[in-house]
Design a protein around this ligand. Structure first.
Ligand code: NBG
Length: 869
């Protein structure tokens, strides 16, 4: 034997890679009689070694101690809360994996059609509490952890949020995964394992938002299972050539490795545990050895760095489209790896590819995964040798596309030269799709050139751009919006031509939903218990069929019940006040109405309207005598939310809120009647404290701009009332709970275009149009809250143009706030409204929404693992 290394062999696998049976998707082999035979060793010995889900306190504490001792290599005397959290989490994970394995094996055996949810964002929040709830082990862990000398609350608090998302779109994806497992659907998620999630928001002394990285993986992440053997190679750049019959080849460029990390998604009240597979990028080879040998160390590590960069950060942008190469690479990396994995799983069954749509449905969450369409075409044409018609027919029966916004600035477009550079073969395919598509349009609407230009996948200009929403629409079997109004707007505005061409049945609606497990039972346990007691139902029953909440209606007239209901709200307010005290050192009064607006900062969401309303209230109070003031309804106003780091106006709004808070909270004349807080670093966990504490919450977007909203559902489910515009899911909430239980104001969607036209062509000076708002702006300009000039750019968006219609809606907004005050004065009636609101939220469970997708789109069915618990 010689120890000399052959340089040519460096970096090459020792032997050709063979497909080994280490992946999921295999079944035991059967003998001639059809009986499964044990693959190796003594079956009894194996069986004795296999574990089930721990059920009793002694097994649980044993497992936790075991993890302290082995996984953490610590002892009782050097274990802190974080260590206890980690050990408890690892023991929970063991249980999840037992169910996960069983679920996956069951799917393999039954081989059903499966659905895959492709989302660039999954805003999961914390896992431990949810996993315990879904496993039905909350009480056992509470007892066990106590016996080990820790408190479950302290331990839960040690977990960091998995914040792999920006806002509603990412949180919706997380709710859908929970519901997919809870309804026992064979549904997997595919996403990216960002090393850094959404930034941490800090507020400087001047009130500016500062962004710090979120290194959420700094501590070991117990909720993922690295699958270092599940890897795919993903190519970028290089060159593409066309062959005959629409086929092509793509070679050269850079190859990057995608490595799978699996996150277990337990269902509630079932063993079904689905998978969220997140990809991490890795250099295919750590070093480019040629450069390394030539002494060029920097070039050698450069490609490794660029490969690692792909999954290093979540883009913190929200409702913007931006032509960044790295973002395009993220999108392709993720869709290519996910498709490769899906096709591998399908092919393992030995079925012909034309049957793919019978076994696979892929949901595109917004346009971010649209490259999956040309990528599947590439695989089918170039690798599987299908012809164009065969390939296109498969593609258009596999994909489904959900649109989440009609805002023009958020509709993704990619410059043609960029796609050509990064994905040359895909650009050819996109051009081919476009040609065939436009030829068909031309046949239906001969000579209508404007229509062809409007519908083309390619927008003319310098540079030309690929319109991803058009590609997603024509490449999918169904397209939907996320609330009735929004779906109507999709059909009548951004995709109108497509509806005319393809017919309206392809374009439908699935109103969003939220998981009542996290958004009621976990965040508001007292209310959940009261509901269980009152409905006289097992908790599992109503948490899995939320329409059962309807049964609360008959208790609205029950004074004792109302008292309990109101007392819980009060304790939730105290819990929030306590949070503010411990985190910010500020004392919040809890005998006032809690008024909350929490969401990403964006002009269309109109936090500015809210803060200007607060200033108006402040000025009004200041102008009153102490006697008059005593009649005021005391209010505490909370804001929380992040602004995209480059969104100047949104950041200025934060600054204004923070500085108004500083002045108002220090004013002895008014501070008993009005307090204002901006809570930094909004997150899922913070939402879980804020939402149950709200008396009223604000959802006040310009009509027609908020596709759905999902926090509106969360507040209402927790008995908070809604103050909003006639927009998104607010409308459906009002339909359910009754208009007398919500507070609506503002212009309606059909009026918006005309108002904008008036602003541009027939402007009326603000002092005439809306003197109340004029007075507020004057005070801000005069420097009442900060340096006089700072806010001018923000105020000018209102004075000039006013695209989001603050000047049109301000007066009715103030009137609506007054109605809220008046209604709140009658506490009994308010509590009735609160009960009625919760009672009518059944429609908004994400279980309903996911079943809707399963039945009307994906055509998949529940595949229960075994009998329910
Ligand atoms: C957001 C909408 C919300 C909606 C969520 C989830 C995007 C692009 N859209 O109104 O603005 O609730 O999606 O559907 O993030």
């Amino acid at each position: 034997m010689t120890s000399t290394i052959d340089p040519k062999a460096i970096g090459k696998p020792v032997r050709a890679r063979r497909h080994v049976r280490t992946l999921t998707g295999y079944l035991p082999e059967v003998d001639a009689t059809g009986k499964e035979h044990w693959p190796r060793g003594e079956e009894e010995v194996w069986q004795a070694g296999l574990r089930g889900v721990d059920q009793d306190v002694p097994s649980i504490t044993k497992s936790i101690v075991n993890h302290v001792q082995t996984s953490l290599a610590r002892q009782a005397y050097n274990l802190d809360d974080l260590g206890a959290y980690q050990a408890a989490a690892l023991s929970v994970r063991d249980n999840l994996l037992v169910n996960w394995n069983e679920t996956q094996l069951n799917y393999t055996r039954k081989n059903p059609k499966r659905a895959y949810y492709l989302s660039l964002e999954f805003l999961m929040g914390r896992t431990l509490d949810n996993a315990l709830l879904n496993l039905g082990l909350k009480e056992q862990y509470r007892d066990g952890i106590k016996k080990l000398g820790f408190s479950v609350e302290d331990i839960l608090d040690k977990e960091r949020d998995a914040a792999l998302g920006n806002g509603g779109l990412g949180r919706l994806a997380a709710c859908y995964l929970d519901s997919g497992s809870s309804t026992e659907l064979p549904l997997w998620g595919y996403g990216l394992r960002y090393k850094y999630g959404i930034f941490q928001q800090l507020i400087s002394p001047e009130g500016n938002q500062l962004e710090a990285p979120d290194p959420w993986l700094d501590n070991q992440n117990p909720w993922e299972l690295p699958r270092l053997d599940v890897t795919y190679e993903v190519r970028f750049y290089g060159h593409a050539e066309r062959l005959s019959d629409s086929r092509g080849v793509w070679q050269g460029g850079q190859e990057v490795l995608a490595v799978a990390y699996d996150v277990m998604i337990p269902g509630y009240g079932t063993k079904n545990t689905n998978n969220l597979r997140l990809w991490e990028s890795k250099p295919k080879r750590g070093f480019d050895l040629n450069s390394f040998n030539a002494g060029n160390y920097e070039a050698a590590v450069a490609s490794s760095n660029s490969a690692d960069a792909i999954t290093s950060v979540l883009y913190p942008n929200d409702h913007t489209s931006f032509g960044k190469e790295l973002r395009l690479k993220q999108q392709y990396f993720w869709t290519a790896a996910s498709l490769a994995d899906i096709i591998r799983r399908f092919k393992q069954q030995g079925k012909p590819l034309k049957e793919l749509p019978d076994f696979v449905a892929i949901q595109l969450n917004d346009t971010h995964p649209t490259l999956a369409i040309p990528e599947l075409m590439r695989i089918l044409l170039d690798e599987e040798d299908l012809n164009w018609e065969q390939a296109w027919s498969i593609v258009t029966n596999v994909f489904f596309y959900t649109n989440h916004t009609v805002l023009p600035e958020a509709l993704e477009k990619w410059p043609v030269p960029l796609i050509e550079h990064v994905l040359p073969r895909h650009l050819q395919i996109i051009y081919d799709i476009n040609l065939f598509f436009l030829q068909a349009v031309e046949r239906k609407f001969p000579g209508d050139r404007d229509r062809l230009a409007r519908m083309s996948l390619i927008e003319e200009g310098q540079p030309k751009q690929v319109r991803m929403a058009h590609l997603a629409a024509i490449g999918s079997r169904k397209v939907n919006g996320v609330a009735e109004l929004h779906s109507d707007l999709v059909r009548t505005t951004i995709l109108k031509d497509f509806v005319e061409f393809e017919g309206s049945s392809k374009y439908s609606n699935v109103t969003n939903g939220i998981t009542p497990r996290r958004w009621l039972d976990q965040c508001n346990p007292e209310l959940s218990d009261l509901i269980t007691k009152t409905l006289k139902l097992d908790k599992v029953v109503w948490l899995k069929d939320l329409t059962k909440l309807d049964g609360l209606l008959e208790f609205t007239e029950d004074a004792a019940f109302r008292k309990e209901w109101a007392a819980i709200k009060q304790r939730n307010k105290e819990r929030l006040a306590n949070y503010v005290q411990t985190t910010l050192g500020l004392t919040v009064r809890t005998d006032a109405m809690f008024d909350v607006q929490i969401k990403r900062l964006h002009e269309y969401k109109r936090q500015t309207l809210n803060i200007l309303g607060v200033i108006h209230r402040y000025l009004t109070l200041k102008g009153q005598s102490p006697e008059e003031r005593k009649k005021a309804n005391p209010r505490v106003v909370f804001f929380a939310g992040k602004a995209a780091p480059a969104y100047y106006i949104a950041k200025l709004t934060i600054r204004l809120i923070v500085n108004v808070a500083r002045v108002i909270n220090a004013d002895p004349d008014t501070k008993d009647y009005l307090q204002l807080y901006f809570l930094p670093d909004y997150s899922v966990s913070l939402a879980e404290v804020l939402i149950p504490a709200s008396d009223i919450s604000q959802h006040i977007s310009t009509a027609g701009t908020e596709a759905s909203g999902t926090s509106n559902m969360k507040f209402c489910l927790n008995g908070g009332l809604l103050l909003g515009t006639v927009d998104g899911a607010n409308i459906e909430i009002a339909e359910e709970v009754g208009e007398s239980n919500v507070f609506f104001f503002g212009h309606l969607t059909p009026a918006v275009e005309d108002l904008r036209y008036q602003h541009l062509y027939h402007p009326v000076p603000l002092e005439e149009k809306c003197p109340t708002l004029h007075r507020v702006l004057e005070q801000v300009s005069a420097g009442l809250f900060d340096d006089a000039d700072i806010y001018e750019p923000l105020l000018n968006t209102i004075r000039q143009n006013d695209y989001y219609l603050l000047t049109d809606d301000f007066d009715s907004y103030i009137a609506a706030l007054a109605m809220v005050d008046e209604a709140y004065a009658d506490k009994e009636e308010w509590t009735k409204k609160s009960i009625r609101t919760t009672a009518k939220m059944g429609k908004f469970s994400s279980d309903r929404a996911i079943l809707d997708y399963a039945e009307s789109f994906w055509n998949i069915e529940p595949i229960p693992v075994t009998a329910k618990k």
